[in-house]
Design a binder for this molecule. Sequence first.
Ligand code: PMP
Length: 324
Amino acid sequence: MDIKNGFVGSVGNTPLIRLNRFSEETGCEILGKAEFLNPGGSVKDRAALYIIEDAERKGLLKPGGTVVEGTAGNTGIGLAHICNAKGYKCLIFIPDTQSQEKIDMLRTLGAEVRPIPAVPYKDPNNYARISGTVAAQMENAIWANQFDNLANRIGHYETTGAEIWAQTDGKVDAWVTATGTGGTLAGVSLFLKEKNPAIKTVLADPMGSGLYSYVKTGEITIEGSSITEGIGNSRVTANMEGVPLDDAIQIHDTEAVRVVYRLLKEEGLFVGGSTGINVAAAVALAKQMGSGHTIVTILCDSGSRYQSRLFNQEWLASKGLSPD
Ligand code: PMP
C-alpha cells in the first residue's frame, strides 16, 4: 500500500521533471523540481510544515492556537492548509501588491487576511515585521517568521535537497533558484555542497532585488523592478546567511515572461513568474557551463495564481511585457 497521511503526509516527494525543449536546445539536462504539485500548490508547503511542527515540538503552539505570518501569499496558503488539517487558526498579513488570486485563496481556506500597504523592511509597518508585532501581543499564538526562522531552510535541507540528490543519483552539476526567504536556496545548497562540494550553487535574482549584487560584490544595491511575486529581497535573512554560493545570475522580466510562456506552450507546464526566472537562469547557466551538464531548478508554483496578471494580456502589456 502507498497511502499518504493526510495533507501533512502529502507535502514533498514531488517529481523531478526534465524540461525537454530547454534540455535539447542547451545540450544540458535541465531538470525542474515540480513544487507546484505540493498539496497546497507551492514550494512553500515544505517551509510551512517544518515551521509549524518545530513550534509544536518546542511546545510553543498548543491546541486551538493561532499561526501568524507576513507572506507574499504562498507561505500563507501552505500555513492555512496545515492549520485546517491540524486545528489551528491562521492570521495573514499580505502586501496589497500581491495577486488577488492568492488573497482570495487564503480567505477561501479560512485564514483571516489583512492586506496592508507594501513598505520596505526598515519600516515597522512592513508586512513581515507587523506580523511579528501582532503575534507577540496575542495569546497562544506563534509568529511563523519564515524569513529568519531556520526551520524553513532545515525543511529544504532535509527534504528538497535530499530528494534532488536521490532523484538524480547524485549526478548534479549545478543547482540554481531564486529566493524570497532564502529557505529553498539555502537548504538545498547546504545539502548538495555537503554531498559534493563540486556542485555549483547559484542564485537567480529578478531586477529590483539586492541579492545579485550581494553575491557578486558583498554589497546590496537595487536597480529596476520586477513583476514576479515572492522572490527577491533587500536584505540578507537568517535563512540566507552563510550559504555556500558560487555565483549569481540576474534575469530581466522580458526573459522570464518569455520562458513562462514557452514552458506553457512547449513543455505543457503552467507555472508562475518565479519559475520563469529560475528556468531562464538554468538556461543561462547551461550556456556558461557548456553542454553535457545536469542543472536542477525549482518549478515554484502554478500559473493559476497569476491568471489576472501574468496570463492576462492587457495587464502584461500595461507593464511593457509580452509573451514573446
Ligand atoms: N517562488 C514563489 C512564487 C514564492 O512565493 C516563493 C516564496 N516567497 C519563492 C519562489 C522563494 O522561496 P523561498 O522563500 O524558499 O526563498
